[in-house]
Design a binder for this molecule. Structure first.
Ligand code: SF4
Length: 231
């Protein structure tokens, strides 16, 4: 484990976005900050008017000690249903794991009205709008970061952040004002800093699990460690 610092005297420190930029956790339904994603969103609304097709809000308990940061809504997952990781393969593995380790209760039925609740935990995304081919551009990740930073800022009891994949890891570090060279992404890595720790995991996508880059056991081991550390 490497310890990273967020103090201004540390060379790894980059100032996070200004307090003014941190004031809102959720974007407008028609957020215009990423023109490419806004066009993609409008096309999806025209094609699938019954789908959610808007920036997907965080889900869970803002008073929780755990924040999970994903990449972005999946086209037929959260972009369709309106709840993070709900309705596609990634959600099947994530919610099963959260239920197993007590970070969720109820039954996950891949629908936002399934009654599932999160326990001591909130889920968000580095990018709130669905990107083409699940690949947001660097400028889009930057544009959406203030919403992630605000989400982190408004979790007063936060102790653990699980970053699902490299993009979530890098954007979380930038939101926290930490240079990525101080905390390189590796599956299973734990980066302590002050009152919180950043836990890295490969993203629980179908591609990663089909190719065995990430096995369910590897994924569970991350949350087992979080559970142990939170006590
Ligand atoms: S990705 Fe974020 S910043 Fe970009 S348009 Fe969507 S909500 Fe706005």
């Amino acid at each position: 484990m490497t310890t990273i610092s967020t103090t201004e005297n540390d060379p790894a420190y980059n100032p996070p976005p200004s307090a003014g930029a941190l004031s809102r956790t959720e974007p407008d339904r028609n957020c215009p900050l990423c023109p490419r994603l806004a066009v993609f969103r409008e096309a999806a609304r025209a094609r699938e008017p019954e789908w959610f097709n808007s920036p997907v809000s965080s889900f869970g308990d803002p008073d929780g000690r755990l924040l999970i940061v994903g990449l972005a809504p999946g086209l037929q997952g959260a972009n369709r249903t309106g709840r993070p990781f709900t309705g596609d393969f990634a959600g099947d593995l994530l919610y099963a794991t959260l239920l197993e380790y007590g970070f969720a209760k109820g039954i996950y039925r891949a629908r936002p009205d399934d009654g599932l609740t999160l326990v001591d935990c909130q889920i968000s995304n580095a990018v709130r709008c669905v990107p083409p081919q699940n690949k947001p551009l660097p400028a889009e990740i930057n544009s959406c970061r203030p919403f992630l930073a605000a989400t982190i800022e408004t979790m007063p009891r936060l102790r653990a952040i699980v970053a699902l994949g490299r993009v979530a890891h890098e954007s979380t570090l930038k939101a926290l004002g930490v240079r990525s060279s101080a905390a390189p992404f590796t599956h299973g890595a734990i980066h302590p800093a002050g009152n919180w720790k950043l836990y890295d995991s490969y993203h629980c996508s179908r591609y990663n699990t089909n190719t065995r880059v990430l096995t369910p056991e590897m994924f569970r081991s991350v949350f087992a460690r979080v559970k142990t550390d939170l006590g």
